[in-house]
Design a protein around this ligand. Structure first.
Ligand code: F6P
Length: 320
């Protein structure tokens, strides 16, 4: 394979730039050309791309966001859109495609592979950590670290005022950001889509913590359950505690990637190009048990994300 395309798609995630750098430089190492496609599948359909060189990807390893920019592209779900995307690839002589994105982006890659025979490699780039086949997605670690920083600050003021802080984190339908941020920031309670909650249990847990000498509490709620604002209203109406809502929002999608995310980016990007170089497509890369792996893209997107109940129980035991 002599010429490949590269795009970032869906919600951006810290580490995407570092992965772009790894893809471009690995490809150049093997004498391949890389075309950077702007704005995800939308740019592919509209034929917006530029050849990337060693220096095109200088000074981005530490930057959040994505240099290629990104978009959620509904057109890619239509036959017409897909045919236009394929036509661009053929016209440009692009033989393989690296897609950095989440579940939706992988479905686009799967379609190019399955229906049009274009070899694609998916790199999991989303803060949500909602892909079952990989232990971690790119951006998740940085996003959770950002949540921890915010919660540290909230903890100071909540403690002074003896309040309860309800903190909303992202994750779409997946509770992983809430679970990991909750356990590592010492939150007493997490509320996630995977586990139905009862408000009376939440209140009795807060009571127990106060009786045990705590002056404030942190509740981390995943956006897939409800907003912090709504949860705060419900909780406030049932207790005399002072409750405040915070939505961390898009702050958790930005910022310089952590060491863990930069390392994943380097390894994922490198592996993706090595596969294409060997003529292997239709795969996604990931990490499992600390090993970089690759897997059939069709199998990967059909796996259902499982929640880590053991970690949830750990939080229940150590956070009161
Ligand atoms: O998939 C990443 C994500 O940040 C989700 O956690 C969130 O639900 C969604 O994207 C927000 O999308 P947007 O930036 O389009 O509002």
């Amino acid at each position: 394979m002599k010429r490949i395309g590269l795009l970032t798609s869906g919600g951006d995630a810290p580490g995407m730039n570092a992965a772009i750098r790894a893809v471009v430089r690995t490809a150049i190492y093997y004498g391949m050309e890389v075309y950077g496609i702007e704005r995800g599948y939308a740019g592919l359909i509209e034929d917006r791309m530029e050849k990337m060189e060693m220096r095109t990807v200088s000074d981005i390893v530490h930057r959040g966001g994505t240099k290629l920019r990104t978009a959620r592209c509904l057109e890619m779900l239509t036959k017409e859109g897909q045919e236009q995307a394929v036509a661009t690839l053929r016209r440009r002589g692009i033989e393989g495609l690296v897609v950095i994105g989440g579940d939706g982006s992988f479905r686009g890659a799967k379609c190019l592979t399955e229906n049009y025979g274009i070899p694609t490699i998916g790199i999991p780039g989303t803060i949500d950590n909602d892909l079952e086949y990989t232990d971690y997605t790119l951006g998740f670690d940085t996003a959770v670290n950002t949540c921890i920083e915010v919660i540290n600050k909230l903890r100071d003021t909540m403690n002074s005022h003896e309040r309860i802080s309800v903190v909303q984190v992202m994750g779409r339908h997946c509770g992983d950001i809430a679970l990991y941020a909750g356990i590592t920031s010492g939150a007493e309670i997490i509320v996630v889509p995977e586990i139905p909650y009862k408000m009376e249990d939440v209140i009795s847990r807060i009571k127990r913590s106060r009786e045990g000498g705590k002056h404030s509490n942190i509740i981390v709620i995943a956006e897939g359950v409800m907003s912090a604002e709504e949860f705060t209203k419900q909780l406030q109406s049932l207790t005399k505690y002072s409750v405040r809502a915070t939505n961390i929002g898009h702050i958790q999608r930005g910022g310089s990637p952590s060491m863990a995310d930069r390392m994943l980016a380097a390894q994922f990007g490198n592996k993706a190009v090595r596969l294409l170089k060997d003529g292997i497509g239709n795969r996604v890369v990931g990490i499992r048990n600390n090993q970089i792996i690759d897997m059939d893209i069709i199998e990967a997107v059909s796996m259902e994300k499982r929640f880590n109940y053991e970690l949830y129980e750990t939080l229940q035991m150590i956070s009161l």
